[in-house]
Design a protein around this ligand. Structure first.
Ligand code: SF4
Length: 349
């Protein structure tokens, strides 16, 4: 009985493979509702009815990789490449800070030489806003670069593993990229003292339920501080352009399962979910997410950071639009948290 599985999962924070598969595969709306209700309760018990905002700054779309699902892959000649200057990045931070955000997320394509140079910008941000957290999402880099960025003031690092099945990983990425290497990076990041985030794409081409189960087990074993999952959305300039998008309902069920397995984790309601499903942002919160990442990338560059179809329309950074977000949250009984929202802080709330 799927409902018993929900109760057991909440109680024990884990479940056997059979139970997890039953929850993943169930198309029964009442089971999904039960999952969401329990995940919401666990999230509220941990964080209250507070949601943490992270200012997303897509600082560069230059990438050395050719991931088959990604709109800014190296092999896409249609992308107009850009990298924000240090001044531009600091301005984005300034704007986000003025609007009350206390975490900056610098995200960019995988570009090791540029990541090295970015350390200086990270140090500037650290000096200018010592009360803020700095999160990086810059892909796989040499351990020394991770160490330099950490010393420069970065606190957190997001590196989605995308799939825990090495054979599936190989079908989503060009030869030369391996799951093993990604996991080694995640271990390095943790060793270096970063709060670490991982997660997978839901509904990527060739994915099976067994793959998703493996994702849940990998995350369970690693116990990251942050977990980011989102549905696959095809982008027109990629080899996967004709593949169907991932399923929003399954993404939400996974989000709720992850909340029940990881009560303390920082889990965003992702942009991709909101792109795929109108009202997806709140649906994610009501399925147990506790983080939202408004996009503070300057408008001109935002359009060039099209990881997947429809993404650019999803968020805006203006004060008026943040007000809309506050109202949307408030209509569901939530408010925005004013602190950095650290993992350690969250477990002591
Ligand atoms: S997913 Fe990341 S590493 Fe892969 S091509 Fe896109 S930006 Fe580069």
């Amino acid at each position: 009985m799927a409902v018993n599985c929900v109760n057991e999962l909440r109680e024990r924070r884990t479940l056997g493979d059979e139970g997890l598969l039953e929850l993943l595969e169930s198309e029964d709306e009442s089971v999904a509702e039960e999952l969401f209700r329990n995940a919401r309760e666990v999230s509220r018990a941990q964080f209250g009815r507070r949601i943490w905002l992270r200012a997303l700054i897509e600082w560069s779309n230059v990438c050395r990789n050719d991931c088959l699902y990604c709109g800014i892959r190296r092999g896409n000649p249609a992308v107009q490449r850009y990298s924000l200057s240090q001044e531009d990045i600091l301005q984005c931070c300034q704007q986000a800070y003025r609007l009350g955000l206390r975490t900056f997320v610098l995200q960019g394509g995988e570009n090791p030489p540029a990541a090295l140079l970015l350390a200086e910008t990270v140090a500037e941000i650290r000096a200018a806003w010592p009360d803020c957290a700095i999160t990086l999402s810059l892909g796989e880099l040499p351990r020394e670069t991770y160490a330099l960025l950490r010393r420069s003031g970065a606190d957190r690092y997001l590196l989605r593993h995308e799939t825990a099945n090495p054979a599936h990983y190989a079908r989503l990425h060009p030869s030369g990229m391996t799951l093993e290497s990604r996991l080694a990076c995640l271990r390095s990041l943790r060793d270096l003292g970063y709060q670490t985030g991982m997660g997978m794409m839901v509904g990527s081409p060739y994915q099976t339920m067994q793959d998703l189960l493996a994702d849940l087990r990998l995350i369970e074993a690693f116990r990251p501080e942050m977990i980011g999952i989102g549905p696959f959305i095809p982008q027109h300039d990629t080899p996967f352009r004709d593949c169907p998008a991932g399923n929003a309902g399954l993404t939400l069920r996974l989000l709720a399962i992850l909340r029940l397995m990881h009560p303390h984790a920082l889990i965003p309601s992702t942009t991709a979910l909101s792109t795929l499903h109108p009202g997806g942002r709140m649906a994610g919160i009501l399925a147990g997410a506790n983080v939202i990442m408004p996009d503070f990338t300057p408008r001109d560059q935002r359009e060039a950071y099209a990881l997947y179809e429809g993404k650019t329309a999803a968020w805006t950074e203006t004060a008026a639009n943040l007000q809309d977000l506050y109202q949307e949250l408030s209509a569901c009984g939530y408010s925005v948290a004013s602190s950095r929202g650290d993992y350690d802080e969250s477990i002591h709330l």
